[in-house]
Design a protein around this ligand. Structure first.
Ligand SMILES: O=C(O)CCC(=O)C(=O)O
Ligand SMILES: [Fe+2]
Length: 519
């Protein structure tokens, strides 16, 4: 399970289908050969009969013909029967009975559907384009069939996401309409198989439900398609379904909402905007890209490449901090330990899986490999912070549609961190991959969007100098649109930073208090 949350694991599913395809292919090939033989014999018997039909008396006075007729009926036909039965047995194919193969669960299918819809809404993608395998103008995959779109629509319906249900069902019906009219246009092409009865029933049932929910347009569109392929059904509709099962009583009529209130908030809309890169273009005069010697004399020789995103709160990128070989090795170490990511639930509760955070992660001990020790050392040199109290390195991978909705990295409840270490004063994200499209780290309140770039480190302080929480640092991992995103999270705790980051004369936390509400 949990195949949808990251790329690791999806390969297994590809392998499953690869295996099944090969199995079925070899069966189909075997049967094609048997069929061709049968075909040959059958047509020679047919030929015999057409000769006999012209003059049966003449035919039957030929002793050879008589002998062959007898032999055929006595022996050949029962052999033929055996061969047909054998073919049916050969064809016996049960996909799910194959041992040791991985299959996605219902949760996986729902997760994948949710991912598509999330991408579509975050990046304002056109459904028709997505269905055509085009993401932001780049054609990546093959087209979805009308059936694919219909299935997805149904899936969304079951998930009670009615807004998206509508969009996908309509796309599906549009595709079905085009599909059937283009088949008509080509007179030589074989008649298209329209929806089968089961599918027509599903379409009819879905139309009825949508009608009850008040989505008349989509209901109408579906009904039109049903009638196109089975005009007789209109009779039942006119009869008012007297013979059919009584309508299901439903107390909560009206379109229920799938999204909770946060996803409808102004703040969330702002977050999605930042993910799309629609940030305020006013140049910030005080920000620089520059070489920095950090806090270690070695960096006089090999200066850090520093890019400032914001000075207050302090958010910066250090470029080229980790080389591709080390990154590859780090990822290799993490893969066998990857588990679905969780989020902190209410105090006392267990950590939960959530659609709020869709990724997989692994925790690695810094001491277990020199690369990780080096990462901490580099961070220390770059920021001057003491790295005595860090959590283990968290390596995370987001698959397509994977994301982490806006959150703070500090804990609001002191019971969530050890008192002797203090809260998470700073976060450093090592980008362990590039991402083709999407997947940026976004700070919706700061209008900052950082595109993952292999080897870079994004660093910021979560706490004010006064050690109060800085609510302006709310941030998120935007949904990955194309590619696979790998990061390594370092969380540095506050207690040993007294000299590295001393407090000011005045408490400096007031600037951020206004950000602790959801608008
Ligand atoms: O994926 C990202 O860019 C952000 C990740 C993050 O905020 C976290 O893991 O706490
Ligand atoms: Fe975070």
């Amino acid at each position: 399970s949990d195949y949808f949350s990251s790329v690791t694991g999806l390969e297994e599913l590809l392998h499953t289908e690869d295996y099944l395809t090969k199995e079925l292919r070899s069966k189909v090939n075997g049967i094609r050969i048997s069929l061709q033989q049968l075909e040959g014999e059958l047509s020679s018997i047919e030929k015999e009969h057409s000769i006999a039909a012209t003059d049966s008396e003449n035919y039957l006075t030929n002793p050879v013909n008589v002998y062959r007729l007898m032999k055929r009926l006595h022996t050949d036909w029962s052999l033929m029967e055996g061969r047909v039965q054998l073919m049916a047995e050969d064809m016996n194919f049960n996909a799910t009975r194959e041992y040791g193969l991985s299959f996605p669960s219902q949760e996986d299918v729902e997760g994948a559907a949710l991912a598509l819809v999330r991408l579509q809404s975050t990046y304002k993608l056109d459904v028709a384009q997505v269905a055509a395998g085009i993401l932001n103008g780049v054609k990546y995959g093959s087209d979805m069939s009308w059936q694919d779109c219909f299935e997805l629509g149904q899936q969304l319906f079951e998930m009670e996401d009615y807004n998206n249900t509508k969009v996908w069902l309509r796309e599906s019906m549009e595709r079905l309409r085009r599909h059937s009219s283009s088949a008509h246009a080509h007179a030589h092409s074989p008649p298209t198989s329209g929806p089968d009865t089961v599918t027509l029933n599903k379409m009819e049932a879905t139309a009825k439900s949508l009608f009850q929910l008040g989505d008349f347009d989509t209901a109408y569109e579906l009904s039109q398609r049903v009638l196109q392929f089975d005009p007789k059904r209109i009779r039942n509709w006119h009869l008012g379904d007297k013979g059919a099962a009584p309508p299901v009583e439903n107390d909560d009529v009206g379109l229920p909402k799938h999204s909770d209130s946060y996803n409808l908030s102004e703040e969330f809309a702002q977050y999605e905007k930042v993910c799309r890169g629609e940030v305020n273009p006013t140049p910030r005069q005080e920000l620089r890209c520059r070489y920095s010697q950090g806090h270690h004399p070695y960096r006089l020789l090999v200066p850090l490449k520093l890019e400032e995103h914001s000075l207050d709160p302090y958010v910066v990128t250090f470029h080229d901090m980790l080389n591709p070989q080390k990154i590859a090795h780090l990822r290799e170490m993490a893969v066998p330990r990857m588990r679905r990511s969780t989020v902190n639930s209410l105090p006392g509760g267990q950590n939960k899986k959530s659609s709020f955070r869709v990724s997989k992660n692994a925790w690695l001990e810094y001491e277990s490999h020199p690369t990780m020790v080096g990462m901490l050392q580099d961070l220390k040199d770059a920021t001057g912070l003491d790295t005595t109290f860090c959590e283990q390195l968290q390596v995370a991978n987001y698959g397509v549609g994977g994301h982490y909705e806006p959150h703070w990295d500090f804990f609001r409840d002191p019971s969530h961190y050890p008192a002797e270490e203090g809260n998470r004063i700073a976060t450093a994200i090592f980008y362990l991959s590039d991402v083709e499209q999407g997947g940026a780290t976004a700070f919706p309140f700061l209008d900052i969007v950082v595109k993952p770039q292999l080897g870079n480190v994004l660093f910021w302080y979560n706490l004010h100098r006064s050690l109060d929480m800085d609510y302006r640092t709310k941030h998120a991992g935007c949904p990955v649109l194309k590619g696979s995103k790998w990061i390594g999270n370092v969380w540095i705790h506050e207690v040993t930073q007294t000299f590295a980051r001393p407090c000011d004369v005045f408490r400096d936390h007031e600037v951020s208090l206004g950000y602790d509400i959801i608008k």
